[in-house]
Design a protein around this ligand. Structure first.
Ligand code: GDP
Ligand code: GDP
Length: 438
């Protein structure tokens, strides 16, 4: 599981500026997807070999009793409780504000480790910036500038050292699971627990592991048609007797963690409700993470053909950025469509893990260019020479050549389509990176 860093602080201290800086490399990878809906409060970052999830908790209003501010405060508290480390941001230009003290008290009570940073410190002397904030009782503050980037990497390094302390190496974790790792995600009440129970009747469960603390996930190994799977479920299921049931309020953080830990995500939607912004945000995160995806449109039972047409149309409109994924219309309760859904899971896994040999990739590239050349940009025409595979889950295809920064998004999508067709890549995002040799 990737550790979670929560950015906390009162409004205007620079949380979203810092968030954008931490997640920017991911942004660049998915920026050109038409219709992609993104939640700017949750993202992924990486320092060296250490990935992490980062949450911008928004404006912190601990005093609000009800209304929208109250709900924001609830989500903030949840993010704080679920984080591995808190980056508490204060404003070096404004100095200490009364609200900073309230927040500091609250954070201390949460028991989570805290890294205190004074933002907007560019061009200021450390002693002058820091002096005000010792009073918070959180030790030496770090001075950073989110806008300019000063001190940001060092701060995240420190936060990650805390978050990763005592964690097993990634290889150990991987060795503990068998088969395709699946996450079943979706809004509350779409039918996740019902699907889990349908998928893995008691007899199919091989191993069931629920480590002692509530912060850990439940992993369930099971077999279907002789194939092994591990269900990654951090969306909050617990086992009562023979069945699994939801234990807690919907958690965005845990949903994101299970997505990033899975090979294939099953995104469940409720056919009896419209596609919501939350559905689209979860889908957006699957794409950003590059996870293979199968969409299950659940509760298909009991709908007339008019309702079915309407929901299909709604999905095509709101989720068009998921055109790489298969949609299945299922009933978890009545166990219809589940076999086909799982076949698509297998297909998506195979695509995500496909080995794409350089000669075949290069052949496909050259064929694609012969069929349709990239446009000139001014006097230069991009020249595409060869391609190799740069990664799996998602597959990354690295295209080499000259003047490749002149390649348009439309041409990139054209190439993606050609590669998908040639290699039969259904159900996984595909990333194409360009590397110019001059
Ligand atoms: P949030 O409300 O905590 O998310 O704060 P924002 O990220 O929206 O930033 C609030 C304001 O502070 C914006 O006008 C930013 O441009 C500015 N700001 C953010 N970081 C810095 C910084 O490092 N230095 C300076 N001078 N301004 C900053
Ligand atoms: P979760 O919160 O996503 O885990 O959702 P649950 O599995 O607890 O299901 C929420 C409600 O939807 C329950 O009342 C289920 O009985 C119902 N439900 C789940 N799957 C189906 C289905 O395929 N068809 C219908 N009609 N109801 C379903």
């Amino acid at each position: 599981m990737k550790p979670v860093i929560a950015l906390v602080g009162r409004p205007n201290v620079g949380k979203s500026t810092l968030f954008n800086r931490l997640t920017r490399t991911r942004d660049a990878l998915v920026a050109d997807l038409p219709g992609l809906t993104r939640d700017r409060h949750y993202g992924e970052g990486r320092v060296g070999s250490r990935p992490y999830l980062v949450v911008d908790t928004g404006g912190f209003e601990p005093v609000a009793k009800d209304g929208i501010l109250h709900e924001m405060a609830r989500q903030t508290r949840q993010a704080v409780e679920e984080s591995d480390v808190i980056v508490f941001i204060v404003d070096g230009r404004n100095g200490l504000a009364p609200q900073d003290k309230t927040i500091a008290d609250y954070l201390r009570k949460s028991g989570r480790p805290i890294v205190l940073v004074v933002n907007k410190a560019e061009g200021m002397r450390y002693s002058a910036v820091a002096a005000d904030f010792y009073e918070l009782g959180l030790g030496d503050p770090r001075a950073i500038s989110s806008a300019h980037g000063d001190g940001v990497t060092e701060t995240i390094d420190d936060a990650l050292a805390i978050a990763y302390a005592g964690r097993p190496e990634e290889d150990d974790e991987a060795a503990n699971t068998r088969g395709t790792k699946i996450a079943i995600v979706g809004r509350p009440n779409v039918g996740k627990s019902t699907l889990v129970n349908t998928l893995i009747g008691e007899e199919r469960v091989i191993a069931f592991d629920m480590p002692g603390t509530t912060r850990d996930s439940i992993h369930v190994e099971f077999e279907r048609q002789g194939r092994p799977y591990t269900l990654i479920d951090t969306a909050g299921l617990r086992r009562r007797g023979r069945v699994f049931e939801a234990i807690e309020k919907f958690s965005v953080v845990k949903t994101l963690q299970s997505i990033s830990d899975a090979n294939v995500v099953i995104l469940l939607l409720d056919a009896q409700q419209d596609v919501s912004e939350q559905d689209a945000h979860i889908a957006g995160f699957v794409v950003e993470q590059g996870r293979a995806l199968v969409v299950g449109v659940n509760k298909w039972d009991g709908l007339d053909s008019h309702a079915r047409d309407r929901i299909k149309h709604d999905m095509q409109r709101k989720l068009k950025f998921l055109d790489f994924a298969k949609f299945h219309f299922v009933s978890a309760k009545e166990n219809t469509g589940i076999g086909a859904l799982m076949r698509s899971v297998d297909e998506a896994y195979a695509a995500a893990m496909a080995k794409l040999p350089t000669p075949r990739l290069t052949r496909a590239l050259i064929d694609a260019v012969q069929f349709q050349q990239p446009r000139r940009k001014g006097p230069v025409r991009p020249k595409l020479r060869y391609a190799h595979q740069g990664g799996q889950n998602p597959p990354i295809i690295v295209v080499h050549g000259n003047a490749l920064d002149a390649i348009t998004d439309a041409y990139k999508r054209y190439l993606e389509g050609r590669f998908r067709e040639t290699f039969g890549l259904t159900g996984t995002p595909l990333r194409i990176e360009f590397r110019s040799s001059q």
